[in-house]
Ligand binder design. Structure first.
Ligand code: NAD
Length: 486
């Protein structure tokens, strides 16, 4: 494979590209080739201070003074420009994440642009209310921005998850310091470039790359940041919550999941089969809402699992840059090793491996590829039934009736998403109500829309992203009382 030129990227603070104050850099690796494709700045406390100063000045200055409609217009331009540069952004996303270019170009980048466009439309539609209080007063509310938002995102959908935060934050008049994951900083930096191109004032969108423990933690602890919008692992979320307590910072947390995908015996089994496999293998299983627990009615389980295994075996890893590839490389060596450890534990604990289970090779001898993997005869107590793997590993568990399916589905600390497959409309809605999850899909899986809220129950976090609900998490309400007694 040809060696590509290494890009040297800087931090974006106040619309200026700067080296990290400490002079440190980090390598960005293409997980499909194991080559270093870029270096980025490793920001530290000094850079966080500078970004906060810039973001605060923008909030109190040009951005705060701009009309809501004008803000919306700029956000709309940002969305348009993301689409104009979609080919290049998709290539960056694929190169640092390992996802197929098909997914990056056809799904993720358009969804990111759509999210920015959606919130552009909201900018001049966020309103207060007049309240009918007792006494002779005019009482109304103002819905005001929070101030400076620290947006911390993971590596699985880098630009999309950044847009879920940047969109509502900017639409409501906040300014943002975006911190991408160390593995996937390139599209966040490109978004910063685009922000300058379309004329966002200095300080409105700043991008700090670097390790979570340094720059992430410094953002969370900083007294000049009003809110942290975080997507990532549950343990990191807990650490952020503890640390944010010191400055009483607002936080929203979108965390991990172990989402159940329930197949009842009366389902359209061909559709359920497609949903069971795409539910876990889309995005190589590195999807927070991945349907990693497949709960199947005992009466159909053996025959259904044969088909699941056959379908998994047909999914072959390929070069992520090839437009025909539908299954790419895991994001990093670390992630590959995590997946391998879980597979070994599953075997030790007595689960039956029916597909995959090992590394995949696309003929280059390089890359962090792992086969789509299916375990049958998993019991709810086993490690792979309980812990989030964040990889292409499906754990199949059987149940006897609908209530047992619900009980098993809810037998998890997580509650991000869930699905049920059935032709019975009553059962479908009965199950949907009982499932402890922020999103429930009926006869489908992994469907998202920027207008529909997404977020967790239980240990999957709190707050909602997307839709009108997200706006509440980027604003605060002020009651204003006017004495009208003459
Ligand atoms: P992670 O928690 O390790 O990292 C996420 C981000 O937090 C990164 O930018 C990282 O640098 C930063 N970070 C790490 N430690 C930090 C600290 N102490 N303070 C501040 N920031 C810190 O998660 P990951 O491995 O990048 O992503 C995988 C996890 O994200 C999975 O658990 C997955 O389920 C979750 N996820 C959830 C959603 C959702 O919407 N609920 C979406 C995608 C991913």
């Amino acid at each position: 494979m040809p060696t590509t030129a290494i890009d040297h990227k800087k931090l974006l603070i106040n619309n200026e590209w700067r080296d990290a104050a400490g002079g440190r850099t980090m390598d960005v690796i293409n997980p499909a080739t194991e080559e270093v494709i870029a270096t980025v700045g490793a920001a530290g406390q000094e850079d966080v201070d500078a970004a906060v100063t810039a973001a605060r000045a923008a909030f109190e200055g040009p951005w705060g003074k701009m009309s809501a409609r004008e803000r919306g217009r700029l956000l709309s331009k940002l969305a348009d420009r993301v689409m104009e540069r979609a080919d290049e952004l998709a290539a960056l996303e694929t190169r640092h994440n390992g996802k197929p270019i098909f997914e990056a170009r056809q799904i993720e980048i358009p969804a990111a642009a759509e999210c920015l466009e959606y919130y552009a439309g909201w900018a001049d539609k966020v309103m207060g209310e007049t309240i009918p209080v007792k006494g002779n007063y005019l009482t109304y509310t103002l819905r005001e921005p929070l101030g400076v938002i620290g947006a911390i995102v993971p590596w699985n959908f880098p630009l999309l998850l950044a847009s879920w935060k940047v969109g509502p934050a900017l639409a409501t008049g906040n300014t943002v310091i975006l911190k991408p994951a160390p593995e996937t900083p390139l599209t966040a930096l490109a978004l910063g470039e685009i922000a300058i191109e379309v004329g966002l004032p200095p300080g409105v969108l700043n991008v700090l790359t670097g390790p979570g423990a340094d720059v992430g933690q410094a953002l969370v602890a900083h007294p000049g940041i009003d809110k942290i919008a975080f997507t990532g692992g549950t343990n990191t979320g807990k650490a952020i919550m503890r640390s944010a307590a010191d400055t009483l910072k607002r936080i929203t947390l979108e965390l991990g999941g172990k989402s159940p995908n329930i197949v009842l015996a009366d389902a359209d089994l061909d559709a359920a089969l497609r949903g069971a496999t795409s539910g876990i293998f889309y995005g190589k299983g590195e999807v927070c809402a991945a349907g990693s627990r497949l709960l199947v009615d005992r009466s159909i389980k053996d025959q259904f699992m044969e088909k699941v295994a056959a379908r998994a075996k047909k999914m072959v890893a390929g070069d992520p840059m090839d437009p025909k590839t539908r299954y790419g490389s895991l994001v990093s060596k670390r992630q590959l090793e995590i997946v391998e450890r879980y597979v070994a534990v599953a075997k030790q604990e007595g689960a039956t491996l029916v597909a995959g289970g090992g590394r995949a090779d696309i003929g280059t001898g390089k890359g962090f590829f792992f086969q789509p993997t299916v375990f049958d005869h998993v019991t709810p107590e086993m490690t792979i039934a309980r812990e989030e793997i964040f990889g292409p590993v499906l754990a199949a568990i059987e149940f006897g009736d609908v209530d047992e399916a619900i009980a098993r589905a809810n037998q998890s600390p997580y509650g991000l998403a869930a699905a049920v497959w059935t032709r019975d409309i009553k059962k479908a809605h009965y199950v949907a109500r009982k499932l402890q999850a922020g999103t429930v899909w009926i006869n489908t899986y992994n469907i998202f829309d920027t207008a529909a809220p997404f977020g967790g129950y239980k240990a999957s976090g709190f707050g909602r992203e997307m839709g009108a609900h997200a706006l509440e998490h980027y604003t605060q309400v002020k009651s204003v009382w006017v004495d009208l007694n003459l």
